[in-house]
Design a protein around this ligand. Sequence first.
Ligand code: AFP
Length: 342
Amino acid sequence: MVYNTPTSVVTIDRFIIEQERLHPEATGELSGILYDMALAAKIIAAKVRRAGLVDIIGATEMANVQGEIQQKLDVFANETIIKAMDHGGRLCAMASEEEPDIIQIPEHFRCGKYVLCFDPLDGSSNIDVNVPVGTIFSVVRKITRGKHGEMEDILQPGRRQVAAGYVIYGSSTMLVYTTGQGVHGFTLDPTIGEFLLSHPDIRIPDPGRYLSVNDAYEQYWDEGTRSLMRRYRGLEGERRAMSVRYVGSLVADFHRNLLGGGVFAYPSNKKAPRGKLRLLYEANPLAFIVEQAGGAATDGKCRILDISPDELHQRTPLFIGSKSDVDLVSQTLRGVSTLVGA
Ligand code: AFP
């Protein structure tokens, strides 16, 4: 089916409003959060695109502008999202991977009924070598009674998310999101500055082709994890060997596996018993998306979306991707000693 022609396009705004109309009770507040997120993504994309030029242009700018210091991109992305989201009257609080505490809505703005958690620029250590980076976000409803958002509003299990998405800043910029009615992808057309529907109703292929894992940690894995990886590689059991692809930028690895099929694994290891990735900013939103696309996500023992967070920056082991590939995790780790939760 052709969605976009030279004279008729499905922009993200049009798509969001058409989805909203399916719910006559909707107030439009969630749609507003998605519009604001799309705007922030465009601003960040423009900055990321110029990242390689910073050294060249920075020198010239220093001579002309009054001593302005070049901001780090992840700090810029963090501030851009906060400023795009704090004044709309839709959020009562935010939490960012870049900030130690809850971000409150300034007093002069209205507080709303939603909470936003986000990782402003994941994989930012890859920027210098021109590898894709991403933004990840998650929205839940406020559950406390007061005007302002509290820690309890933020620390909710992922199954309560009402929206989640990511933006990948790669060879093109894409925004992929779900509100629980499938997963839809939009590609930024830089000539008109709009996200256009390019990947409606994404379904993750199953079984998957790709295995994404950093096996430099193999020496620190337990025997269950080693056995699992041997199975994915076709060295143990009956499975066909998967191809290994690891960018080291979660959004890039996840996006490839979502479209091509596969599993991304960041298991616990002796040095990092709870893995590396953050539950609220990385695992939960991607788990909501993957489940909506027909896939699955687990920490090795428990469905990611059922974990009740205890703290803002909690880490979790993560196995995420095509359902049958992720199901192999519990089958293999069951009964074998693991470090999960150690
Ligand atoms: P950075 O933001 O420090 O680049 O970390 C990226 C990341 O959080 C995630 O995007 C990757 O999947 C993961 O870390 C890679 O971690 P390893 O380098 O330990 O494999």
